[in-house]
Design a protein around this ligand. Structure first.
Ligand SMILES: NC(=O)c1ccc[n+]([C@@H]2O[C@H](COP(=O)([O-])OP(=O)(O)OC[C@H]3O[C@@H](n4cnc5c(N)ncnc54)[C@H](OP(=O)(O)O)[C@@H]3O)[C@@H](O)[C@H]2O)c1
Length: 304
């Protein structure tokens, strides 16, 4: 009663149809073979009946013995049978062929849909690569444009135009990387500093025409102008904020990311790093301690 049910072999409908068709085909051929053997035996029997037993000796259609006409008519039926098996129903039958064709068409349509979806997903990456390559050619880049950023797990980077955390080693890293170089930033990030950072050339991007800045700070009206302004620096940095990072990610060669391993409420965010475009080349983990309230990792990404 509670014994295991015997597992039945699972054959899908398509396999079943193939087997049934193959069986039908074998039967068709067997019948033809049987017809052929019958024709041979029958012909011998007719010849003997006519010539040895003299059956219908006087019946001579078309001036010849009747067995010739009889064999000829039978041969005609045999050939018709052959024609039927090998030509008219040559494979699995018209209906079966049509069904297979319809199936193929449906499969192809599904594949085309799938390819379309994949292409739609890929399009932004292709566009980004093209954008990057074009900008490379246009400016014959001599410098490696690097983004420096500290972002939380949820990509939060700032709130109310301030940084969200204070991580001493992250600030040191920022200082060491950018020291002596050009730093490109959005107007809001610039305004978040109490004063310009020492030993760095500040390039501030704004759409305002008469934006006033302290001496030494360079004001430009677009990211492209900012990049032109730093072409003599082999290692300029994009230092934020969210608005500028989003645009610069299309043009940068490298990302120096400090990933803070927490989620934070924020109003400025870093864009997602697409692993199909960027490869991680360095990763160093830092634990919490007296000077660091959160765990974080220093990560380097390079454009593939
Ligand atoms: N965690 C980090 O590593 C990090 C780093 C930097 C900043 N942050 C934080 O990020 C936040 C600021 O980021 P945000 O996105 O609000 O501002 P933002 O990117 O610093 O600056 C945005 C401003 O830049 C100008 N701008 C942007 N695109 C431009 C273009 N294509 N052409 C000309 N001007 C352009 C505009 O200035 P105008 O309005 O004057 O036209 C725009 O309002 C702050 O909270 C800051 O603390 C965090």
């Amino acid at each position: 009663m509670f014994g295991k049910k015997k597992a039945r072999p699972q054959i899908d409908q398509e396999q079943l149809e193939l087997i049934q068709n193959a069986q039908k085909r074998i039967k068709q051929k067997k019948r033809l073979y049987f017809h052929f053997v019958l024709f041979l035996i029958g012909s011998i029997f007719i010849i003997l009946a006519n010539t040895v037993l003299d059956i219908g000796k006087d019946f001579t259609p078309f001036g010849k013995e009747w067995f010739l006409s009889a064999i000829f008519v039978w041969l005609f039926f045999l050939l018709y049978h052959v024609f039927n098996v090998f030509i008219t129903h040559k494979f699995m039958g018209k209906a079966w062929e049509q069904k297979q064709l319809d199936k193929l068409v449906v499969q192809q349509k599904l594949r085309i849909e799938q390819l379309k979806n994949e292409l739609e997903k890929e399009a932004p990456h292709i566009a980004e690569s093209e954008h990057y390559n074009k900008s490379l050619k246009k400016k014959e880049k001599t410098s490696e444009l690097t983004i420096v950023v500290a972002a939380a797990e949820n990509n939060a980077i700032g709130k109310d135009n301030k940084l969200i955390w204070h991580l001493s080693d992250d600030l040191k890293r920022f200082k060491n990387l950018t020291n002596g170089h050009h730093i490109i930033m959005g107007r809001k990030t610039f305004e978040s500093f109490p004063k310009p950072l020492p030993n760095r050339t500040h390039i501030v991007i704004t759409r305002q025409n008469n934006y006033q800045v302290p001496e030494g700070v360079i004001v430009v009206n677009s990211l492209e102008d900012a990049i032109s302004a730093v072409k003599n620096d082999s290692q300029p940095y994009i230092i934020g904020g969210g608005d500028i990072y989003k645009q610069a990610l299309l043009l940068a060669d490298k990302i120096e990311l400090t990933r803070v391993h927490e989620d934070f409420e924020a109003d400025a965010f870093f864009p997602d790093i697409d692993p199909s475009i960027w490869k991680e080349t360095a990763n160093t983990f830092h634990t919490k301690d007296d000077k660091h309230d959160y765990e974080f990792s220093f990560l380097t990404y390079e454009r593939k």
